[in-house]
Write a protein that binds this ligand. Structure first.
Ligand code: JFZ
Length: 448
């Protein structure tokens, strides 16, 4: 009898395994490892990272065109053989990884995401896969990613690598997608060899730079509506990353619902769920979220773009993202000589000062119990709920939070905030805003 039952259980288990194996072939089934799940928690606690767009394109500074920076090769139709000349005089001698990381740390960032290779195809790290890299093709000869990894380790920040799947330089990136047609490459090439090359570069990034917090993919969309759409071998590439570093978080800026094997979902210059840019049409998933934002209108350094967002605007975006359960990845485009843009450094210092005072309402929190409102957002950490008020001119603010609140205090100076329980929520008597107070924050301590 007992044996019988065992056999039956075995049969059910085997049948279930067969079903999931065939489904796995179709969808590329993915079960994140415990290390990966722990890394996702770390990521969501970290809340704030610095994004860096730095490459050969930085030298052209957008060539005086608004909105063009790291896209200059495509937008100015520069043939690959001419674009390559930029490497000969790329010599960022003012680059100081330690100084960069100290600036980012003082800004309150917990991680850094840097372009290892952007669409231009130039490797900003020492790779054995091609000579088209900063250590071999430039007078600089150093590996800035190795130096950055070292500085991040020293100062306790984690490091992500941005990696463009799209490549305007490699001849095996063929058939072409929607962009890069002005590069004048031979009208032939072997797609699978290109993916092998990409995977070889990723393997280097995940084996030679210590612990990597994750890979931030971009460029998939170049083949979105082409015959090559399904040829990326995503499941295999993601599996490679996770086998080399189980905790590494994979994300892909493809603007569609996340694929199996991805560990976080990003939104470009829009809050999750919003679409002012026009391309943020993908649904918000249950994965950890991240919103990427520029400090002016460009990702890479742009000579004429001085539409710098105020610290107030950036802080409000960071808080609005946190209230939507999302991280905030703030971009700066370093100069071709390796320095950070002075205007951005000044802003980052102010961001850091704000986070020093108000960080407890952001770090380690998740989106709060009250969904975003016209007046602001809420965040939560354990029994603490933070009410972030952006715009509200009356003294009374009704918050539809049905919970027993033991105490309410203004975060700015810990002074008590009067609170009245109603059947449908609570009413706060807000303190008057101070001049230059970008967000009024009330900390609620829940009774149970
Ligand atoms: C991409 C890059 O092209 C850009 O250079 C930068 O690196 C940014 C962070 O990411 O920008 C995109 C990507 C996809 C779309 C639009 C902009 N899209 O699908 O519409």
């Amino acid at each position: 009898m007992r044996l019988c039952r065992h056999v039956w259980v075995m049969a059910v288990v085997l049948a279930a395994a067969a079903v999931s194996a065939s489904a796995a072939d179709e969808r590329g089934a993915y079960t994140p490892s415990p290390e990966n799940l722990a890394a996702r928690e770390w990521f969501q606690d970290a809340k704030f990272g610095i994004f860096l767009h730095w490459g050969l394109y930085s030298q052209l500074g957008g060539a005086g065109n608004p909105g063009i920076a790291e896209w200059i090769m495509n937008d100015a139709n520069i043939p690959a053989k001419h674009y390559e000349r930029l490497a000969r005089f790329f010599n960022p001698t003012a680059f100081d990884a330690d100084a960069w990381v100290r600036t980012f740390k003082a800004a309150g960032a917990r991680y850094v995401t840097i372009t290892a290779k952007h669409h231009e195809g130039f490797a900003m790290f020492a790779t054995r896969t091609t000579n088209y890299n900063i250590a071999d093709a430039t007078p600089f000869k150093r590996d800035p990613l190795a130096e950055l990894a070292e500085a991040c380790r020293k100062h306790g920040l984690k490091l992500f690598f941005y990696y463009s799947q799209l490549d305007w330089h490699h001849t095996d990136y063929f058939p072409l997608g929607e962009t890069g047609h002005g590069a004048e490459r031979p009208f032939a090439g072997e797609w699978d060899r290109y993916i092998d090359y990409q995977d070889a570069q990723l393997k280097e990034l995940l084996t030679r730079y210590g612990p990597v917090a994750g890979i931030w993919f971009d460029g998939w969309w170049d083949q979105k509506d082409t015959v090559m759409r399904g040829s990326w071998r995503l499941a295999q590439t993601y599996q490679l990353i996770h086998s080399l570093q189980p905790a590494a978080l994979v994300g892909n800026n493809h603007h569609v619902t996340p694929f199996p094997g991805e560990d976080f979902q990003m939104f470009e210059r829009d809050l999750p769920g919003e679409n002012t840019m026009g391309f943020n049409t993908g649904a918000v998933s249950n994965l950890p979220l991240e919103m990427a934002e520029t400090m002016n209108g460009s990702w890479g350094f742009n000579l004429i773009d001085d539409q710098f967002k105020s610290t107030r605007t950036l802080i409000r975006s960071l808080v609005a993202a946190a209230g939507r359960n999302s991280n905030f990845l703030l971009n700066t485009g370093p100069l071709p000589n390796g320095e950070l843009q002075a205007e951005n450094v000044a802003t980052l210092r102010e961001v850091g000062e704000w986070l020093t005072r108000n960080g407890e309402s952001v770090y380690g929190t998740r989106g709060g119990p009250v969904s975003p409102r016209p007046w602001g957002v809420t965040t939560q950490a354990g029994k603490r709920v933070y009410v972030h008020v952006f715009d509200w001119s009356d003294s009374q603010l009704f918050v539809p939070l049905r919970a027993k609140v033991a105490g309410a205090r203004s975060l700015r100076n810990s002074s008590p905030v009067a609170i009245r329980h109603r059947s449908d929520g609570i009413e706060l008597t807000l303190p008057e805003p101070l001049p230059n107070e970008w967000v009024r924050i009330v900390r609620l301590d829940l009774a149970e």
